[in-house]
Design a protein around this ligand. Structure first.
Ligand SMILES: Cc1cc2nc3c(=O)[nH]c(=O)nc-3n(C[C@H](O)[C@H](O)[C@H](O)COP(=O)(O)O)c2cc1C
Length: 310
């Protein structure tokens, strides 16, 4: 089974990808958090650093672009192609207000005429350059029934892979994924299809397989992989319990690597805190230490809390 790591802005950074890839491996593709190209600026220095090949050695990385302007997409794709990337992912799922008010991400799904013109332009470019474009999408903006028309649109382009997060924009990341629409996609989507959403355990995956009466391969996981970094080993059937030796190694690597690239210390602590919002589910009974860790303002306080947990 192929497993993809979902992009999580601020979490699956190049620092995270390198640490995870070295300690755990098993990720067939990482997708970068979105790059948001602007006029004459295909990417910011910070975005460029995140996807620079020298910062992603040995990692199978697909950069992701978020835009509703085909000229901006093509400018960014040219820059990425010249850096050596031959697959690019289009973000049609981001639900955030700041993104959607600009007509990008999930909001672009409502504008089906403009979307077709956009896809026509970017696929003409990609075909002429031999680049693959995959798409990460939701079911629609405000109604999952939008998905039927969207599938018709996606089927008319050479989409290299369609990653479906079966929620609509207004669901954000909450509630049960609308699995019946993914079942519809399995029947009607012509290109390779990837399931994404709420896979936190091997049991979650098994349940999906029985719901769809179909093996799902590849799958993409984001919060599940972050919350329990051993998830991929569990999905592959090589272990059944979380490996805390590897977890400690992942924690320490991230902590030290972020200290090298971030300052002052409080920024490193913010970054680690964000990770602990996912990791805390692994540490039943350690709620007091975790609460203390979340409040830590100094490195020494943070480290003392960590040693009470790990
Ligand atoms: C904090 C956060 C940041 C995210 N950033 C991105 C992003 O940059 N690009 C993207 O396509 N999806 C982004 N997503 C969505 C995830 O890639 C994924 O589709 C979603 O979390 C559902 O999958 P999961 O249940 O496996 O986490 C983000 C989600 C979260 C919670």
């Amino acid at each position: 089974m192929k497993i993809y790591c979902a992009p999580l802005e601020g979490v699956t950074t190049y620092v995270f990808r390198n640490a995870y890839n070295t300690i755990y491996g098993n990720v067939d593709k990482f997708f970068s958090p979105f790059l948001s190209p602007a006029e004459n600026c295909p990417m910011t220095p910070r975005e460029k650093k995140d996807i620079a090949p020298e910062n992603n050695e040995g990692i199978n990385l697909v950069p992701q672009i978020l835009t509703c302007r085909s000229d901006h997409f093509i400018d960014a794709a040219k820059a990425l192609h010249s850096m050596g990337y031959s697959e690019i992912n289009l973000n049609l799922g981001c639900p955030s207000g700041t993104v959607c008010t600009k007509g990008k991400g999930a909001a672009f799904l409502q504008e089906t005429d403009a979307l077709q013109v956009f896809l026509d332009a970017i696929y003409s470019y990609s075909e002429s350059e031999g680049i693959k474009i995959s798409i990460k999408t939701r079911l629609g903006y405000s109604d999952p029934e939008e998905f039927h028309d969207l599938i018709g649109i996606f089927n008319s382009f050479p989409v290299s892979e369609l990653i479906v997060h079966p929620r609509i924009r207004t669901d954000f990341y909450k509630g049960e994924p609308r699995k019946e629409y993914f079942a519809y996609a399995l029947k009607h989507v012509k290109c390779p299809l990837v399931y994404n959403g709420n896979i936190y355990s091997a049991e979650d995956y098994e349940e999906l397989v029985s719901t769809f009466s179909s093996s799902l391969d590849p799958i993409m996981t984001g919060r599940g992989l972050i919350s329990d970094p051993s998830l991929l080993d569990k999905l592959k059937g090589t272990i059944s319990e979380t490996d805390f030796t590897k977890f400690r190694k992942l924690h320490d690597t991230l902590y030290h690597e972020y200290q090298k690239v971030m300052s002052p210390d409080i920024n490193v602590l913010h970054k680690m805190r964000e990770l602990w919002t996912y990791w805390q589910v692994l540490f039943d009974g350690k709620e007091r230490d975790i609460k203390r860790l979340m409040k830590a303002k100094k490195i020494a306080e943070y480290e003392a809390s960590v040693s009470g947990i790990l």
